[in-house]
Design a protein around this ligand. Sequence first.
Ligand code: GLA
Length: 382
Amino acid sequence: MKPHTIAPTPPMGWNSWNSFGSQINESLICSTADAMVEYGLLDAGYEYLIIDDCWSLKERDSNGNLVADPEKFPHGIRYVADYVHDKGLKLGIYSCCGVRTCAGYPGSLEHEFADAATFASWGVDYLKYDNCNRPESLGTNLLYRRIAMALRNCGRDILLAACQWGTENVHQWIRSSGAQTFRSTVDIQDCWKSIESIASARLELPFAGGAECFNDMDMLVVGMYGKSYNPETAMGGCTDEEYQTHFALWAMLNSPLIIGCDVRNMSEQTQKILTNKELIAINQDPECRTCYKLSVYGNPDAFVLVKPLCDGDYAVGLFNFSDVAANVSVNFWDMGISASSRRMMAMRDCIRHHDAGTHHEMFSQPVPAHGCEVYRCRVSEA
Ligand code: GLA
């Protein structure tokens, strides 16, 4: 029997929270679906369109069911799911393990099985499940197990994205709960400091995540440029260089790639970063191996990430987190090439999309402040 899996590689999609916060509605979701198809995002692999917090009424109906806010979603969620499915996309929705969501809407505590059945009946394919307003007495370990059991038995494939923020050593137990992704850090904001701190925290957990349970580093802020209806995320924005580095880090570290900018109004550069097929291929490599990190002699703010890929290639990322340009080098000896092996590295630049020559012993490159380079390297005979 072919194994049945929901997330063999990191999920990819778009989520409403970063750019729109509570300002969501049917026309935004449908026009975003249109844009995801029109601008090549679906073709690049972004298949989930996720409605975050604030989609429901503030109270359940008299039968205890969740109800979509009729002002925001006049035709209900089933209609939106059908629209999204017709485009070839999948629909995601949001709830929370507590009594209320983070923004104060009804949460799924003590309604786990009923809500899973509701979501399945609407045609939902993905549930982001948050961590606000739960009783102190109930650990998240139990509550994520509960919703996972409900979803795994609701009669429909629904991916569980556990938005846990990294408390209670989540990385140690979340895989056994049944969730397909898990957040292990605080919410991202649209500024370099936030990207740097999430990436650094992720690098402290080198073995977290893998197929069917990926460590979600939070939604991408690529292309937001400080613009958002959500004051919690808007934070001044980043340069394109920083957005490129952000995307490369999330790609190399096997994070889900969930876009957070308004894809209906993307700049050319944003579209280029988000649809970079060579970086996406590294993120979606079927073996889902974690990276190892090499330090750069004399520069504590620079480092190299190396990820083995399924065809024998290696993805090599040179990162410079310092505020000034720096030379970042990788010594192939550290990757396994000994002098006696008579092997070299044929390198392909995955950001500029050209071959970057075959190199002996080491490779060194000037990298701008907050910048990066990513290469796909193939071992070749000297
Ligand atoms: C939490 C989550 C965010 C977002 C908001 C919604 O802060 O971590 O990603 O879903 O709640 O209220």
